[in-house]
Ligand binder design. Structure first.
Ligand code: AP5
Length: 216
């Protein structure tokens, strides 16, 4: 199965992708995570990506298209994949279609997580992750059961993303509406776009996504 989870920053794409990965054996391909790995490596690409991401802008299409192209054929994607944060422009969407057509495949569904802007800033500014296993937490809605200790792996180091500051979040939202939202009519025209209520609690969003996938 080949899916896209689409939605603004903080819509819950990563939360739902990780759940589907565990449940269905699909591989989460998150361009944001790949770019953050490049930043950590200190490569020339990483330094360039770091500057762009801290400004809340999109990195050039050519870079992310190449990153995804290198991953979709991997053995870890044999059961399929969930694209999280890609595509983000109509150019990326067209390149993805061409990439899949070359391999004789196509997307099964594009799931839009619809969330109001007012909720996004609160979700992003409260977010933090385990520094060891990456489990996602939130200052108000999902704190570790034992303060300062990861529920999953027991680690005690946590981190926050450099682009999760309120001023950068506004720039990221602007990029979303200008460059990414035009993808929605692109996929609607192909009759594979499905919308779920991303304002609902995590478990309800998951239930709605499962409902969509049962019909694919
Ligand atoms: P990326 O890493 O993709 O970030 P994003 O799209 O901005 O999305 P987020 O990861 O912030 O949010 P999410 O939707 O995954 O929400 P999450 O599940 O974490 O991109 C970062 C940057 O990289 C971009 O700005 C750009 O510079 C660059 N980039 C990446 N891909 C690119 C591309 N293709 N082209 C060009 N540039 C690219 O949830 C957020 C919080 O909300 C969490 O705390 C969670 O616990 C909570 N939450 C989740 N669901 C719910 C719910 N239903 N109710 C209440 N709280 C919830």
């Amino acid at each position: 199965m080949r899916l896209i989870l689409l939605g603004p920053p903080g819509a819950g794409k990563g939360t739902q992708a990780k759940r589907l990965e565990n449940l269905r054996g699909l591989r989460q391909l998150a361009t944001g995570d790949m770019l953050r790995e490049a930043v950590k490596s200190g490569s020339e690409l990483g330094r360039e990506a770091d500057r762009i991401m801290k400004a809340g802008q999109l990195v050039p299409d050519s870079i992310v298209i190449q990153m995804i192209g290198e991953r979709v054929d991997g053995p870890d994607c044999s059961k399929g994949f969930i694209l999280d944060g890609f595509p983000r422009t109509v150019g990326q969407a067209e390149a993805l279609d061409a990439m899949l057509a070359e391999r004789g495949t196509a997307l099964d569904a594009v799931i839009e997580l619809a969330v109001e802007d007012a909720a996004l800033v609160g979700r992003i500014s409260g977010r933090f992750t385990c520094g060891n296993c990456g489990t996602l937490y939130h200052d108000e809605t999902k704190r570790p059961k034992k303060p300062g200790v990861c529920d999953v792996c027991g680690a005690t180091e946590f981190k926050r993303r450099a682009d999760d500051k309120a001023e950068t979040v506004s720039a990221r939202l602007k990029e979303y509406y200008e460059k990414t939202a035009p993808i929605l009519p692109y996929y609607k025209g192909k009759s594979i776009l499905r919308r779920v209520d991303g304002m609902a609690p995590v478990e309800e969003v998951a239930r709605q996504i499962d409902g969509v996938l049962e019909r694919v």
